[in-house]
Design a protein around this ligand. Sequence first.
Ligand SMILES: NC(=O)c1ccc[n+]([C@@H]2O[C@H](COP(=O)([O-])OP(=O)(O)OC[C@H]3O[C@@H](n4cnc5c(N)ncnc54)[C@H](OP(=O)(O)O)[C@@H]3O)[C@@H](O)[C@H]2O)c1
Length: 173
Amino acid sequence: MMKTIMAGIISLDGKIARGEKDGLDWVGTEEKGWIGKVCKESRAVVIGRRAYESIGHYVEGMMVKVMTRHPEKYKGIEGKVEFTSRGAKEILVELFDRGFRTVIIGGGRETYSEFVSQGLVGEVWALLSPVILGKGISWMNEGVAEMTRFRLICTEKFGSDSVVVKYRLADKE
Ligand SMILES: NC(=O)c1ccc[n+]([C@@H]2O[C@H](COP(=O)([O-])OP(=O)(O)OC[C@H]3O[C@@H](n4cnc5c(N)ncnc54)[C@H](OP(=O)(O)O)[C@@H]3O)[C@@H](O)[C@H]2O)c1
């Protein structure tokens, strides 16, 4: 069975970035290290082309599947960075067949939304960063899913001011 974890760094007002092309300049080095470690431990991450272009450097040393509708425009490195126009489910099946058992869904909004809308997210891991951005990109698009409940796995204090929360999908009642 494949474990799919949607992981991201979130501001107190629920944003993941200030703008489409903005990276993680609003979070500290330690916090960036958290998402990097999470991705490296799973060894496989799926991200959107915009996230790859803005913050792709944090996913070195593992298999990165970059979602794009125009894979012919990009040059990947097989087994390291692969651009694909496959859908979310097909990507997971492919990664499973290639031996991966845990995959990080690394964002951004369009990519998170794609996996959530197809019911392909098993866990949500968020590093809550103590900042209100005031504007920016939310975790996911409005109306992307029916109400979906999760159960707490754990909380961990991170650094002096941040917290990591981990949730898993609740069983259907
Ligand atoms: N705080 C965090 O933890 C975190 C994590 C990740 C990203 N971010 C931020 O999020 C922002 C980017 O988010 P975003 O929503 O604008 O973009 P995104 O999800 O990163 O990328 C969107 C792109 O992915 C491709 N794509 C998405 N769904 C697809 C599908 N079903 N099939 C094929 N291709 C698909 C398309 O690429 P093409 O246009 O090439 O077709 C689309 O334009 C950046 O600012 C980044 O820094 C923050």
